[in-house]
Structures are given as C-alpha cells and as structure tokens.
Design a protein around this ligand. Sequence first.
Ligand SMILES: [Zn+2]
Length: 531
Amino acid sequence: MAIFLSEGLQGDEAESVGGGRAPFQGDEEFGLARGPEPGLIAWQRRGWMSLPPGLTQQQRRSPLGGALQRQLSAALGGQIGWSGSHLQILEGSQCVRPYNTPNRPLSQRGTPVAAASPSTFVVLLVTLAVWISGWWRISSEDRAEARPRGKVVLTDAARKLHAEALVIDGHNDLPFRYRMQNDLALKVHDLRQPQKDFHTDIPRLRAGGLGAQFWSAFVPSSSAKKGTAVRETLEQIDVIHRLVAAYPDVFAMAGTAAEVVRVRAEGKIASLIGVEGGHSIDNSLAVLRTYYALGVRYLTLTHSENVDWADSATDQPRLKGLSPFGEEVVREMNRLGMLVDISHVSPEVMKHVLRITRAPVIASHSSAYALAPHPRNVPDEVLRLVKDNGGVIMVNFYSGFIVPEGARAMQQMFRVGRELRQRYSNDTEFHTAMSQWMKENPFPRGSIHTLVDHIDHIVKVAGVEHVGLGSDYDGIATVPEQLEDVSCYPLITQELLNRGYDREAILKILGGNVLRAMQQAEAVARGGGAK
Ligand SMILES: [Zn+2]
C-alpha cells in the first residue's frame, strides 16, 4: 500500500491519485498527497491533512492519535501537530510568508513522501484503521494531558475569505510609539519601510489585509497630574492626522461606518481615532465634543487609574461605578455618536454604563476574564449584558491578558507601574524600570490558539454578533506565537475556519460586528434607534 505525493489537488476535490501527478495549480501550497481511499488521508506540504469527519478532541488526543501524529512526522521528516480537526506540518514560517513566497519551479515542488519506507506507511495506515475503528477510547488522565497545538497554516480558502472581509482593529498604539521615539514630526520612521521596532508598518498592514484601524490617541494618566493631558492628547490626534496625510495612497480618515466602507472600497485603510482614558477630557464635555469634531470616534472611559468620574479596573474602587458627571459623559457620547469604550474600566463601571447607554458599547481591546483572570478583562456577567446591549468585545492580543499565567502575573503590573511612577518622574527611567520588572516576571506567550479561545468563549457567552479584534499592537510587549505583528490577521481567519466557523460568522468577527455597532451608535445620535 503506497501513498503518493501529488500536486494540484485541493482537499475534497482531490481524487484518489494512486501514483499520478496532476499539474500544479496553487500559488503556494503544494505537494498534496492522498491515500487510496477517498477522504481517508490527505496532506499538503506546509498544509493540512484531512481525516474522516467527526473527529473529536478525545480522538485527537488519544494515544493512537498521538501515534499517528508521530508516524506522520517520521514519514514526512517534519513535525506534525493538530490544529482543530486537521493535522498540520509545523514549519517556522512567518505570517507574511504566504504572501511573499515566490512560486518555486515545479521540479522543486513537493517532497517525495513515497520515498519514505513503504513499511512506514503500512504502520501508519494500520494505525489509522485501528484508530478509526474506535480503539481510541482513552482514560481521562490521557485526555487531560496538555499537548501543544500545531501551527496554523494559511490556506487559499482562508486567504480568499480574508480578502473579502472588512477587517477592523479596535486599538493600535502606533501614534504613542512615535511619541516615545521623539518622532512626532514623523522625520525618522518611514512607514513604507519595514519598521523592526514596531508591530506596524505599511507592508505588514497590507499583508494583514487590514481594512480599518482605530488609532489610539493615548497619553498616560500622569499627564493629567501635570495638567498637560489635553495638550498631549491633541498632539496625539494631530500625529494621527499627519500620519494619514503622509501616506494618502494607503490611509484615509473615516468618521462614519459608511465612510469606513467607502475608504475600504478605494483600497485604503480607513483610519479612525480612539482617545484612551477619561483623563484626556479634563472633566470637560466641551473638550469631549471638540475631540469628536477632530475625528475621535470612541473614548475609553479610564486608563489604568481612576478618573474623577469613573473607576478603573486596575485601581482602588472609589465610586463603585460612574459619578453623576460620568453618566453625563456617557449621555453626551450617545448624543454625539461617539462609541463608549469599556476597556480598562472596573466591572461596576461596565455595568453602570450598560444600564444607561442608549447605544451599543465597545471594549476596544479587552479579552475574557473567565479564561484569563486579569481585572481589566471582561467577566461573563458583563458579556451577557453586552449581548443585550448590542455591543462588541474586541479581543486584546497581549499575552498578559489572554494567557492565564500571564494574567495572574500582570495583575500586579498596574500597581507596580504606579509605584515606579512615583519613584521615577523621568519617562525614560520609568520605562527602563518597568521593562526590568517585566523581565523579572516572565510568563508564557501563548499562541494564536490562545487568542481564538477567547473569541470562542465570547461567542459562547454573548454570541457571535458581539466579538471583534482589538490587537493593542505597538502598545504591548509580549505577543502570542503567530500573532507577532499586523501581518498576522489572516491566520485568525484560518483558525476560525479550522474551528468550524462559517463565512458569515467570520466576516462578523473580523469587522462586521463593530461596523454594525457604529451604525447603531450613529442612528442613536441622529435621534433614531434609541433604546
Ligand atoms: Zn489600553
């Protein structure tokens, strides 16, 4: 019994090849091989392997599942891992690779898998047959054993779906990076060139297929204490406008959902502004309204410290919710059509906002508390309220907010940050001390699977209409594997497909949900759609 490598066959369309070679058709993946029984076994080099439908987690993790994995690894001369119901060949490819890999000559495509010893394949198929016949039943201890999940490998199907999607990210801190690098004049960092110190540059934004970005106009709470919060926030808003103007073929400002769609249709990245932290309005609704006039489309009510009118998730609770002025801020945002962002606020503030807002809220960059117990993640009881509100939780990619060990370590981060801030008023000294603390408190990075677990959880508790993406790129120090930078979004699409999400659901998660929330907030502002 032999398994032959073939080329140009696509998944279920593939016929049993029996030794033939079909012409290569794909642009990147190659070397699909298939067993003599249709649907039984197939794989692509750097691709996937499909097995009979209906595989359970238990089957995959069974000793025989493990044996199959090891034997395939030996046969293919590479590491094989599970991803969803697929076995994948694990390779250290970078996220951008599928976009950039030139076609190889046909003669180099494919690896002669059949050259592996025939006995390997006999063992392999016997294993598979035994496994399928139901001998995979295993003890609960075996099941509990945590196995690393395989690398997600991009397929044409995911690439195509991703290209169709309007991908919207709720939070990117690139503008603050310009401040940190003393480059508010935009003289040093040319975004058309790869920026190895940033998560974000134009080539990688293009590779990631991003359609719209809420750029964060963030300044630290310490600026409020110095009395410079409004000025610094205006400088950040200004740098976003100048970045967009500097690359007019790449970016365009968008102030409404309709403009986001129009800008995307022109092939550009729709750019919106989010102000992160209520301290930036300096207790003034006039400042809030002025921000709106300057293009700000959400305000995160707090950052990591309380403001006079709302409690932060990472500070001592003082108001146990919003003050009367805090309620006024929310009402004014509803009136303007500015989204209320509940990232960073305490759960009491989240619930208070959800009681009084007339428009859907967003969490521009927050993940699920049930999976990673960091106080600034969103607890299940709030997820259920967000469902009723029509809001969207845009998942944060930061390892410290999605990996449970990371969340536990990071619970201390904001407290430590405050203490260090008191000790070091100089920004550079403060950031050096902070990075030193981070180095001394390491935690696992997690992977794209960890992130998609958060998406799954929010879908389970709140529904598929209420989740989106809020990477926090360029505002976070540690990123999960396969989510290294803004080129990686297509892999999320792939993993959602791997987990069985359908096209409509994926389009919603990638951006459809937040676009719908914007439309609803705009309708509330126009006097329609009030809840
Ligand atoms: Zn933040």
